[in-house]
Design a binder for this molecule. Sequence first.
Ligand code: GAP
Length: 454
Amino acid sequence: MIRIMDKKDINMDKITSLCKRRGFIFQSSEIYGGINGFWDYGPLGAELKKNLKEFWWRRNVHERDDMVGMDGSIIMNRAVWKASGHEETFSDPMVDCRVCKARHRDDQLPEKDGAKYCPGCGSRDLTEPRAFNLMFKSHAGPIDSEDNLVYLRPETAQAMFVQFRNVLDTSRKKLPFGIAQIGKAFRNEINPRNYTFRSREFEQMEIEYFCRAEDGMRLTDEWLETRLRFYEDIGIPRERIHIVEIPDESRAFYSKKTYDLEYEFPFGVSELEGIAYRTDYDLSRHIEHSGKPLEYFDETTREKFVPHVVEPSVGVDRTVLALICEAYDEEEVGEEGKKEVRTVLRFHPRMAPVKCAIFPLMKNNEQIVALARKIQVTLRPHMMTAYDEAGAIGRRYRRQDEIGTPFCVTVDFDSIGESGPEKKDTVTLRHRDSMQQERIHVSELRARLLDAIL
Ligand code: GAP
């Protein structure tokens, strides 16, 4: 990837301002003052997110024989969360400031001279930390009673454990095999922060890869490599991912190995994904609590055992944010005396929200407009396109650069045969990163673009 701007000069103000200005991300309920920890994706953000999820699904489900997908419900029987341990332990330590009444996460409080203080008013008069469960509560049905209490799922993973038997029986997979799922998760974070990075509603892309105990450690390392390759394939080079192996004392007691994959966000290096070898903890807990047989029977060896699991789990929203931060660039263009700053999102073409913009050179020339529209009609079933006829071509290019469109096609007088038959039905294809233009026949366009975006 070409990068002109130094990474350290990219700050969150530039990112949030571009996202708002061009319709990637908006504050949820903005006209009513917003709501902390919730975000809406605008037209371009929705495309970017969809491209990411579709590519993750393609790589992890369609292109593998050992994986299947599922789509579980957000609300499940409360017993699931008792068995998983979430009801008892899925909490953060919370403190209240006795002066300004603000609530904070104890482990995120700033410290001075060895004492923690309130980041809002500076007071050191804080309550003792107490556990705050992060699961959102609701009631299923018309009666608000304890019997009807339900939770919005804080992770998608549990559906894949509790449906293990059904998926195994219906897919007839043999170990090792995995289940993949993409879906919303909800956590009542005490302090949502860093834009979409820590939200109260977010999406996860999770895999539960079931295996024999003796393969768990090796498969964890294989998944690490697979996931690093995935990041490269969406335009985040592996050098930009920090791999942190979680030491014994910090890992969950049931995990034998865990990697955190962190990205260098402008606000600091922070977690993008976790890859955890969770042993047989989850299935064993559900066997114990439900009393149902979730064991695997190996027909060759006639053994029955509880499979172990490796879990690569990543947030969609965090990856979208990383994609935008990674793609953001500014460069000076133009001749001496007429220099201007070009803001460009250098998305990998397969992630770019709009793949190709089509410009008729003159909006009032019927033949040019007809050909431009015809090109758009042929590309539309295969990719997201844009049509722009307003303003000078240079300005139209800048608008597309700013949203990361990798290709622009201009239909001009040559395209309609005004300079002779040899250039008829050719257009200029302009490349976002190099700004180079080439002349290409309309009939070659679709294949050229599909090659680049698949
Ligand atoms: N099933 C395992 C699990 O949920 P996690 O580390 O709590 O593990 C996995 O979450 C991923 O989900 C994180 O690496 C992150 O990308 C994303 N995630 C977690 N909490 C989030 C939040 N509040 N806002 C946005 N993304 C979040």
